[in-house]
Ligand binder design. Structure first.
Ligand code: HPA
Length: 274
């Protein structure tokens, strides 16, 4: 379905009834392994997606999905626990629905994390990467269809989707924490199959350092409505064809578990100054 401005407004109004005067400043969309940060929110108000009108609800069992409002490291946040992906059958508009709702509630910044395959052969699985830019071509845009002028222009500039000043903050925090932070370009593939080795070579030729199945749609929509973005990738595995071994979800989840502590420390340290 194509959403109108009224859909987003209705969702935001329903949430305002739940959160009262509280206004989130930062929206957090957390990928594999970091969802637990939503449980650290203080004085949380958790609203299941199913209770927010028009909000896309995950159909996967055990993945109810909810938006948690409260303070984290002293900052007013909205945390999306559970995210949707295009490969699950959602439109790109639906995948990014929560971004616009959070924007209407007052969020001006987005922190987004994901796990992805490492394309850059000079790096290692398990490392963290600051996303400096992304490549999302071939698939349609979440902004396709009638432009909602209330959010932003028909042809938004994409020169600085990932906010340079927030990247600088991440660099500084990584230094303080002693966490190695790579920097590079994330290339979106719709999945759900992992890439072929030829696709990974193509991605490298295109200038990508990582390949993954999320994030770009949400960031495009966030940029459209004027939000600043800080994005991190956990390079959970070497991308297909680099090592002589098949890719598996188990490997991704294991890497996410191993990185959990320093990854969350870095994200929280950045959040604290946002
Ligand atoms: N490719 C795409 N998405 C991913 C990967 C990958 O290698 N690892 C984790 N998410």
């Amino acid at each position: 379905m194509e959403y109108t401005y009224a859909h987003y407004e209705e969702s935001a109004a329903a949430l305002r009834r739940r959160i009262g005067e509280f206004r989130p400043r930062v929206l957090m969309i957390l990928g594999s392994g970091l969802g637990f940060l939503g449980d650290l929110v203080e004085e949380p108000v958790a609203v299941p997606y199913g209770e927010i009108p028009h909000f896309p609800v995950s159909t996967a069992p055990g993945h109810q999905g909810r938006m948690v409002f409260g303070r984290l490291r002293g900052v007013e946040v909205a945390v999306m626990q559970g995210r949707t992906h295009h490969y699950e059958g959602y439109s790109y508009q639906a995948v990014a629905y929560g971004v616009r709702v959070a924007r209407l509630l007052g969020a001006e910044r987005l922190i987004v994390t994901n796990a992805a395959g490492c394309v850059n052969t000079a790096w290692r699985a398990g490392e963290l990467m600051l996303i400096t830019d992304h490549i999302k071509i071939f698939m349609e845009s979440p902004l396709r269809g009638e432009n909602l002028d209330q959010f932003g222009p028909r042809f938004p500039d994409s020169s600085h989707l990932y906010t340079p000043a927030l990247g600088e903050l991440a660099r500084r925090k990584a230094g303080e924490l002693g966490v190695t932070l790579r920097e590079g370009v994330y290339m979106y593939f719709p999945g759900p199959q992992y890439e072929t080795p030829a696709e990974v070579r193509f991605a490298r030729l295109a200038g990508a350092d990582a390949v993954g199945m999320s994030t770009a749609p949400e960031v495009i929509v966030a940029g459209h409505c004027g939000m600043e973005v800080l994005g991190f990738t956990l390079l959970s595995n070497m991308a297909a064809g680099i090592l002589d071994q098949p890719l598996s979800e188990d490997e991704v989840l294991e890497a996410a578990g191993a990185a959990r502590e320093h990854f969350s420390a870095l994200v929280l340290a950045c959040l604290e100054e946002m």
